[in-house]
Design a protein around this ligand. Structure first.
Ligand code: PNS
Length: 169
């Protein structure tokens, strides 16, 4: 069975992520969307919330599951006997960082290949940080995040923005 891991922060998942996951699900027998837990990084959504948001978007993808991990990606991939790490590649700006991670992961675990899927042209500019910024100012993010999770994302990001604003006043 060919298993792929799609790792990321997913803070929150965007339509760009979902497109990559959906396409990976067609290429592999099973796909694990892996939410990384980085205790040094402050996120807008907890790991559990990020997993729940992803789960709400993948109900039509029976071979996709969601997991979380706070260790090295290479160790997780080895443990699951996955043959690939699948990542979306947007523009040249992604390349250097992704190339470095792909080489490091290969060094740490040679049993899996990193496979880059090119982002759909319409998602080229999309990122979780862009979504966070637009939503926090009350902007419309309906083109950027899956419809099923639009409301909880808007509510959370807007609340975080109001809290920050109050703290500064
Ligand atoms: O969505 P992101 O923030 O670009 O995802 C980055 C992620 C989570 C894929 C990367 O930071 C990662 O793999 N973290 C797990 C820890 C690890 O293995 N680090 C070394 C990578 S070479």
């Amino acid at each position: 069975m060919k298993i792929a891991v799609c790792p990321g922060s997913f803070d929150p998942i965007t339509k760009g992520h979902l497109d990559i996951i959906t396409r990976a699900a067609k290429l592999f027998d099973a796909v694990i969307v892996l939410v990384s837990v980085n205790y040094d990084k402050k996120t807008s959504f907890t790991a559990e919330e990020r997993c729940d948001l992803i789960k709400a978007c993948i109900t039509n993808l029976p071979n996709v599951q969601v997991d979380r991990f706070d260790g090295l990606l290479a160790d997780y991939v080895r443990e699951k006997q996955a043959c690939a790490i699948v990542k979306g590649l947007r523009a040249m700006s992604d390349f250097e960082y992704e190339f470095q991670m792909a080489l490091a992961n290969k060094k740490l675990y040679a049993g899996a290949e990193t496979i880059f899927l090119t982002t759909n042209a319409e998602n080229m500019y999309l990122s979780s940080s862009l979504v966070r910024q637009i939503a926090s100012f009350g902007g419309d993010i309906s083109d950027f995040v899956p419809e099923e999770i639009l409301t909880p994302i808007n509510q959370r990001l807007n609340r975080l923005y109001q809290q920050k604003k109050l703290g500064k006043e």
